[in-house]
Design a protein around this ligand. Structure first.
Ligand code: ADP
Ligand code: MG
Length: 258
């Protein structure tokens, strides 16, 4: 089971790229669990699940924390639906058979930080990692910026996919993210320069990222991708023959090598 974090500045395309890759991998026969750790909770919609149908880990945080902690200590599990906890109730069936878990959000102004939510996801990932491989991939979609690294959630993960636009600010956030993921022992750093509009964009960004990542990929700006988003649809549903899918497939091949 490969565990991969998707990170980068706000709006660079983390959720878009993660959701399309997850669907393409499932179409290839892989089992993929995606966990939305962004309190904006956009990932479900990108995978065809309306906001009104979402259940979140935060809805039953205290119970899950206790039960998962106890299960992890007592006995490594056999599968998540044969256990004395109810984590399976939080696993949603999304587009193409991608499995989705949503961490949850801040319920009201002044409710405090997300630390305990992120700790619960950390416990869940540890629990899933300790048992038999139920999934080929676990993808974590994170909120903008680098806060997710502070909690050590992605310690020893197999890869960090850092998405960046070809702009100085976005590249700075990307470089900082890859540094923090290296600090946590993440094995491979893959950069995707997204929304590229010229070869110069790629060249300048590659120079900037040189030495901080193991692999650099790029993805052009596609109107199809943006149109799909405007309609609240996935690219694979809105425009199944989009040229963007060739570039998603290249990124998928790189993910399969991790
Ligand atoms: N390659 C691309 N071409 C055109 N628009 C893109 C591309 N990648 C992402 N977008 C658009 O950028 C916006 C932000 O994407 P999103 O995935 O929500 O970013 P993030 O999750 O990083 O905040 C969306 O409107 C999305 O459609
Ligand atoms: Mg997002």
């Amino acid at each position: 089971m490969k565990r991969i974090i998707f990170t980068g500045k706000g709006g660079v395309g983390k959720t878009t790229i993660l959701s399309n890759l997850a669907r393409l991998l499932v179409r290839d026969g892989c089992k993929v669990l995606v966990i939305d750790c962004d309190p904006s909770m956009n990932l479900a919609m990108s995978l065809g699940i309306p906001m009104s149908d979402i259940v979140t880990l935060a809805d039953d945080k205290a119970n899950l924390q206790e039960q998962l902690g106890a299960s992890l200590e007592d006995h490594p599990h056999t599968s998540s639906d044969q256990c004395d906890h109810h984590i399976h109730e939080f696993i949603m069936d999304a587009a193409d058979g991608v499995k989705l878990i949503v961490m949850g959000t801040i319920p009201y102004g002044g409710a405090g930080c997300l630390c305990s939510h992120i700790s619960l996801v950390k416990l869940l990932v540890a629990y899933l990692s300790a048992g038999p491989d139920e999934y080929d991939f676990i993808f974590i979609d994170s909120q903008a910026g680098v806060e997710i690294f502070g909690r050590g959630l992605v310690s020893e993960f197999d890869a960090c996919v850092v998405i960046t636009e070809p702009t100085p600010k976005s590249l700075e956030v990307a470089k900082h993210g890859t540094k923090l993921s290296r600090d946590l022992g993440v094995k491979r750093q893959i950069a995707v320069i997204n929304k590229v509009e010229s070869d110069d964009d790629i060249k300048a960004s590659m120079q900037e990222l040189n030495g901080s990542v193991d692999r650099i990929l790029s993805m052009r700006f596609y109107r199809d991708v943006q149109e799909a988003d405007k309609r609240g649809a996935g690219l694979l549903d809105h425009c199944p023959k989009s040229a963007a899918l060739q570039e998603f497939s290249k990124i998928k091949e790189c993910i399969l090598e991790t």
